[in-house]
Write a protein that binds this ligand. Structure first.
Ligand SMILES: C[S@@+](CC[C@H](N)C(=O)[O-])C[C@H]1O[C@@H](n2cnc3c(N)ncnc32)[C@H](O)[C@@H]1O
Length: 239
């Protein structure tokens, strides 16, 4: 499923843009989401499988925010891997992992989420947050998530969506269309990156449409959990 037409940056090059803004990425995430991004990542924790000795994989891991939140103070996670194509994002992630003394359990690798360097059925849980709408081929990444998850294993996807309430929806649209590109440009000097953010959010098949795609890909027990009136959604599903 390719929806690259008219994007200011083709999805196949998005990792280059993330390399370019890597130094400002965490700061701008918190600023532009008014601190919600951390709350949303923390919300993922309650959907992790409830079993000891888990091995998890986080795709499009960026600066490893999700892996750190999931593994910190959680001895049930024995090992966590994160992959991304943007090596500069990974470098920052490695520093953060070391600072949190999690480097004995968390490992970051450069890899494409559409062609993972892991064997079949290797992970108890596979996550991706604010990443899936950046991947050129949505079906390829979902196929890979399915392949590397253990039988009965879980996938957890956190992605932007759109509020249902018409007032919230209008405010959300204005915020993405005007505020995000402007503030993003002022703090990162990169206008395209934050226009791209808006464009990919608008184009992503969220909610029921995304649940249908997960079903078509073979996942079961699919549950959408909207956050902040639907500005983001956590999708939980099982292989
Ligand atoms: C918005 S960031 C999300 C980072 C992190 N998951 C978070 O929650 O902050 C999207 C990430 O997707 C990565 N990315 C884009 N295309 C990719 C691909 N084909 N394979 C792996 N990572 C990719 C980018 O490099 C970037 O780090």
């Amino acid at each position: 499923m390719k929806i690259d037409q008219n994007l200011v940056i083709p999805k196949s090059d998005s990792w280059k843009m993330f390399n370019a803004i890597s130094g400002r990425y965490d700061f701008l995430n918190s600023l532009l989401s008014l601190g919600q991004d951390l709350r949303w990542r923390r919300a993922l924790k309650r959907f992790l499988p409830d079993s000891e000795g888990q091995t998890i994989l986080d795709l499009a891991t960026g600066t490893a925010g999700v892996l750190i939140v999931l593994a910190k103070n959680n001895p049930m996670i024995k090992r966590g891997y994160g992959v991304d194509l943007a090596v500069k994002m990974l470098e920052i992630g490695r520093k953060k992992i070391k600072l949190q003394h999690l480097d004995d359990r968390l490992v970051l690798k450069k890899a494409d989420a559409q062609a993972l360097p892991f064997p079949d059925e290797a992970f108890d849980c596979v996550t991706i947050s604010f990443g899936i709408r950046n991947i050129p081929d949505l079906r390829l990444v979902l196929l890979e998530m399915y392949r590397v998850a253990k039988k009965g294993g879980r996938i957890i996807i956190l992605e932007f969506s759109k509020p249902e309430n018409p007032l919230l929806k209008a405010g959300h649209w204005l915020y993405l269309q005007m505020v995000v590109p402007l503030v993003g440009f002022l703090f990162s000097g990169n206008f395209k990156a934050y226009t791209y953010l808006n464009q990919t959010i608008q184009a992503f098949p969220y909610g029921d449409r995304f649940c249908k795609i997960l079903k078509q890909m073979g996942f079961v027990n699919i549950e959408p959990h909207p956050l902040m009136g639907g500005a983001a959604t956590i999708y939980v599903a099982q292989k």
